[in-house]
Design a binder for this molecule. Structure first.
Ligand code: GRF
Length: 240
């Protein structure tokens, strides 16, 4: 086993991928120590998985922040180092035709939430942040605070489809409804776009006439649990 890297995780839900990562670290299949698990969702079941493994947890309640700002857009202060023009210029989440006010409100609210995430994350000085079912889009404000060395990606994600097909929140659903005969999952780095960053690994499965959305989710998740730890180990070994 090589030198251990420090990783942190962000989740929103059940955390079965998180569990696979925790188990792989414990089994020595990943040369990494998981030092925290954060969530945007106070109810995320995966937080219990982290606690059971003795991993520090935290929550930045995105829902609450967004609701507060909807009632009064000045109720919470944006971070001192937030430059709206700069972030707007870098982001590739919205097209040029999207309503300007909508983009501004989105980027301001996310910067407030992301600053809170960074306040937890940065003191840990991690080598890699893994998104394991984290259902919030990260903006350039957050990404630039993490990726401080040019060309060195520090945020990894697992996506439930064979990218670049079916980006977005419902990869298995979109694959199934499109009538695909093959589905799969992708591990990639996070860049400024929606599921557009460099691909690290992929696994595919066959979809037969007997399959349902439920059965393809099951097939996909089983592959995710193997693929994600493999990709993290590749990162730990500096082989990406
Ligand atoms: C997984 O399918 C992952 O690809 C997607 O969200 C789901 C999370 O599942 N991003 P879990 O919380 O790891 O069980």
């Amino acid at each position: 086993m090589g030198k251990k890297i420090k990783i942190g995780a962000l989740i929103s839900g059940g955390g079965t991928n998180l569990q696979a990562i925790i188990d792989s670290c414990a089994a020595g299949n990943i040369d990494a120590t998981l030092v925290f698990t954060g969530s945007d969702n106070p109810e995320a079941k995966g937080l219990d998985r982290a606690r059971r493994a003795g991993v520090e947890t935290f929550v930045v309640d995105y829902g609450k922040i967004i609701r507060t700002l909807k009632q009064n857009s000045n109720a919470l202060a944006v971070p001192d180092d937030f430059d709206l023009k700069e972030v707007q210029h870098r982001q590739t989440l919205f097209s040029a035709s999207t309503d300007h006010e909508k983009i501004t409100a989105f980027l301001r609210s996310r910067a407030i939430a992301e600053r809170a995430l960074l306040d937890y994350i940065l003191p840990h000085d991690i080598d890699l942040l893994v998104l394991a079912g984290f259902m919030r889009t990260l903006t350039p404000y957050f990404i630039d605070h993490m990726n401080t060395v040019p060309g060195k990606w520090k945020i990894m994600n697992i996506h439930p489809a064979l990218l670049p097909s079916f980006p977005g929140t419902d990869g298995y659903g979109d694959t199934f409804r499109h009538g695909c005969k093959v589905g799969g999952c992708t591990v990639h780095f996070i860049d400024y776009g929606e599921d557009t960053g460099p691909i690290i690994g992929q696994r595919a499965f066959e979809i037969t006439d007997e399959d349902t959305l439920e059965s393809i989710k099951k097939k996909g998740l089983a592959l995710e649990w193997a693929l994600y730890p493999e990709c993290i180990q590749k990162f730990a070994e500096n082989k990406i």
